[in-house]
Design a protein around this ligand. Sequence first.
Ligand SMILES: C[S@@+](CC[C@H](N)C(=O)[O-])C[C@H]1O[C@@H](n2cnc3c(N)ncnc32)[C@H](O)[C@@H]1O
Length: 261
Amino acid sequence: MHPAPVLRLVLAALLAVSGALALAQPQKAPAAYEPAVGQEGKDVVWVPTSQALVDRMLDMAKVTPRDIVMDLGSGDGRTVITAAKRGATAMGIEYNPDMVALSKKNAEKEGVSARATFMKADLFETDLSKATVITMFLLPEINLKLRPKILALKPGTRVVSNTFTMGEWKADQTAELREEAGCSSWCTALLWIVPARVAGRYTIADGELVLKQDFQMLSGTLRAAGGPVTVEGRVRGEEVTFKANGKQYRGRMNNGKLELR
Ligand SMILES: C[S@@+](CC[C@H](N)C(=O)[O-])C[C@H]1O[C@@H](n2cnc3c(N)ncnc32)[C@H](O)[C@@H]1O
């Protein structure tokens, strides 16, 4: 036989054998997605909150199984998963689809996918109205942009932020974790409670009350029998407290009405 057809036959045989061998090899699984700290995000890069601070943030918000928790920019899903482990219904909003897939996988591994769900979405376009607790680790300017939407939520909604503030709306509570507590960077948790709208004029047993409101802080005057006195107070969700003429007043807002106890 001419050498060329022989060579072709040998080559064909070799190819057949190597093909069969390749098929017999176990198929390599595609490499698992691994996020890198500092990787780009739509408006904020990804940096995870330490588990110790996640725990503290959820403690400060007093998360219970009755809560609906939303993490805005949920990264690898750790806050949502931790809230779900506490029995809450928790949802992560994350723009990066790879992070959404990763957090779904993490929730499955932790056995909480029924209560921990994730949505590929822009946090600015998301309806927050069902949340009773909002968690976030964003940036001061993003918190400020979100602030009007947060202030319009149901009074009593708790908002917890890792490190970043909300401008002139001062936090109701702040906690800082130390290295020994398991947090080495980004270790401040801040809590706000959405205040009811209280500003207005009310007739109370002691006189005519005029309340001005600056976020959760109240000021104003009480026109009592002995003349007008200044008022100072606070609102925490629907709970209202103020002091006038040395007397402490407590009450709550109910459908725009101030009910004093
Ligand atoms: C600093 S990380 C915080 C991650 C997580 N909340 C935590 O505390 O571990 C911010 C996250 O927000 C996401 N992100 C940035 N801009 C976003 C946007 N407009 N909508 C939704 N997610 C966004 C980023 O991809 C990133 O995962």
